[in-house]
Design a protein around this ligand. Structure first.
Ligand SMILES: [Zn+2]
Ligand SMILES: [Zn+2]
Length: 339
């Protein structure tokens, strides 16, 4: 079957591999049809993804069709279209036992720690497949990306009409925004790209944006929030400078959620942290329940994924096409590979 392997940084190869021969009990074999490319994949391609080993079949944002089910307890049938929860958790560790399989001690994300979905067929545990009768294959492939934002917003426990600052309007920030709006937050988005901020206003329904290159963020936030500052800040930049700066932008009693991550130390001034009685939260992956909830929200039209996909390519052309998507001028928001 057609398979795309990331041999080493900068080197993708289209090759052939054997179809999965057996389907373990409780698993299903699926036909992969759409694969979204996200920041993790770009980092892996550039050789900047920590804990990543090569060669690897990448791809963890998948729209698939069920082919064969080896699970008498599952209601899945051949032909069902599904979003895939790509997090293989152990079910036994301290996090899993407490319902937090998203941060399993022994986490294996397909396409990152083990081979993923850039091939025609894979096998997955049936409970990691989230079907929808209404969503398109494109929409199904976006569910995992949305899960990152959904879980981060759940971590923040946003209250209605609370000021919420989303820092960074890349793909992760974009996955945060619709859930922050859905939770009733008064959302402000800050970025250093006017194009991205325009997109947030025109396509995502964001009313307030701050261009960090043009105005002083703290002053702008004070003006917007009647001097109180947002009580929720979700940082989706993965940029250490931004992440440390957040401590100054947050209102007293507020929560700061780190959605994006970087390899290094975060430092902050303790009196600044204590005076505010701030809560600092990490957010990793998403929970199984998030997937079903997102499927329903997209089905009901409460989240519109249409504007997201800016680039598309057939699997046969990916190897030649991908390098041209690397420059910022390419304007890639979300690229999708068709299998
Ligand atoms: Zn992703
Ligand atoms: Zn576990």
């Amino acid at each position: 079957m057609k398979t795309i392997v990331l041999e080493k940084p900068g080197e993708l190869r289209l090759t052939d591999s054997n179809e999965p021969a057996d389907i373990p009990e409780g698993w299903a074999k699926v036909r992969v049809r759409r694969v979204g490319i996200c920041g993790t994949d770009w980092h892996a391609y550039r050789g900047k993804q920590p804990f990543f080993s090569y060669p690897r079949v990448i791809g963890h944002e998948l729209g698939v069709v069920v082919e064969q089910v080896n699970d008498s307890k599952s209601s899945l049938k051949p032909g069902d279209q599904c979003a895939v929860e790509p997090y293989l958790n152990c079910g036994k560790c301290v996090a899993c036992r407490r319902g937090k399989g998203n941060c399993c001690v022994n986490m294996k994300v397909i396409g990152v720690h083990v081979d993923g979905g850039m091939r025609e067929h894979i096998v997955m545990p049936t409970n990691k497949l989230h079907p929808s009768k209404k969503l398109s294959l494109d929409q199904l492939a976006l569910v995992e990306t949305l899960g990152i934002g959904c879980h981060a917003v759940d971590r923040a426990k946003i209250e209605r009409d609370e000021w919420v600052l989303v820092v960074g309007a890349g793909p992760i920030g974009l996955s945060v925004i619709p859930f922050a709006i859905e939770a009733g937050g008064r959302v402000i988005v800050m970025d250093v790209s006017s194009t991205r901020l325009d997109f947030c206003r025109s396509a995502m329904g964001v009313q307030h944006t701050i261009d960090g290159t043009k105005v002083d963020p703290l002053t702008a936030l004070r003006e917007l929030t009647d001097d109180e500052l947002p009580t929720v800040v979700l940082d989706a930049t993965g940029n250490p400078k931004s992440m440390m700066n957040d401590f100054d932008l947050i209102g007293h009693g507020g929560r700061l959620v780190y959605v994006g991550l970087f390899q290094g130390e975060v430092t902050f001034n303790d009196p600044n942290f204590h005076r505010r009685e701030m809560t600092l939260l990490g957010s990793r992956n998403a929970l199984p329940g998030d997937f079903d909830r997102i499927v329903r929200l997209v089905e009901d039209g409460r989240i519109n994924t249409t504007p997201w996909i800016t680039h598309r390519v057939a699997a046969d052309q990916l190897v030649e096409t991908l390098p041209s998507w690397l420059s910022p001028e390419a304007g890639v928001l979300k690229a999708v590979v068709e299998f």
